[in-house]
Design a protein around this ligand. Structure first.
Ligand code: TMP
Length: 217
């Protein structure tokens, strides 16, 4: 049972498109819910609340070609403000574990570096939107850009049309991946880089071990 006044760890997942974050996060949440009987909240950014999901729809819509990069950055932050207030902060107070698919590092990598808006500016916006809340732990699932492109291509052949971010060029994903590597190097106590080319089972095991360490610390 969760003790009063203890805040649950906030664990975030980061990586370029096709890294497998969402599937792994879901499997990890299932393990802690079903095997360990923990109260787990899973959520995502941009999104996670009705307002933030509406903002998400604008952000990822493939036909929103005129969306200015600064507008994109502010919309990401607007969605984050809602999400932190409505979901993350209440979530860490009422659950044992909060797992979030993308968070502040996505803005730093995608808008700060990928869109060239500047890391310092985005970090300030991140701090403002999150009330300086920093994840307890972040898994950066690292895959080569070629694999990311292959997986996006495969999705295209399936039912789903690529979204606005999935329609970018190789240079964009290369810059984002490099940005994540730099962010991870600057935040070694928080960010764990995992080799996303490993078998899903191994990746999930590594994540479970790390989260267990955090939960028992
Ligand atoms: P998803 O594909 O992981 O659901 O995320 C949608 C896209 O949003 C993804 O391409 C990354 C992008 N994104 C940003 O550019 N900045 C952000 O701050 C977040 C949270 C996501």
């Amino acid at each position: 049972m969760k003790q009063t006044n203890t805040l649950a760890p906030l664990i975030t997942y980061e990586g370029i498109e096709g890294a497998g974050k969402s599937t792994q996060m879901f499997e990890v949440s299932k393990y802690f819910q079903q095997v360990c009987h923990r109260r787990v909240l899973i959520t995502r950014e941009p999104g996670g609340t009705p307002i933030a999901e509406k903002i998400r729809a604008i952000l990822i819509h493939p036909e929103e070609e005129n969306l200015d990069y600064k507008t994109e950055a502010y919309l990401m932050q607007a969605a984050r403000v809602q999400h932190v207030q409505e979901v993350i902060i209440p979530g860490i107070k009422t659950h044992d574990l909060v797992l979030c698919d993308r968070f502040i590092d996505s803005s730093t990598a995608y808008q700060g570096v990928g869109r060239n808006l500047g890391v310092d500016w985005i970090e300030k916006l991140n701090a403002f939107s999150t009330q300086t809340l920093i994840p307890t732990l972040t898994f950066f699932i690292d895959i080569p850009v070629e694999l990311s492109l292959e997986r996006m291509q495969a999705r295209k052949k399936g039912q789903r049309k690529n979204d606005r971010f999935e329609s970018e060029q190789v240079d964009f994903y290369t810059a984002i991946r490099k940005a994540y590597i730099d962010i991870a190097q600057k935040n070694t106590s928080r960010i764990i880089t995992l080799d996303g080319t490993l078998a899903k089972k191994d990746l999930i095991e590594q994540q479970i071990t790390k989260i267990q360490e955090v939960l028992t610390a």
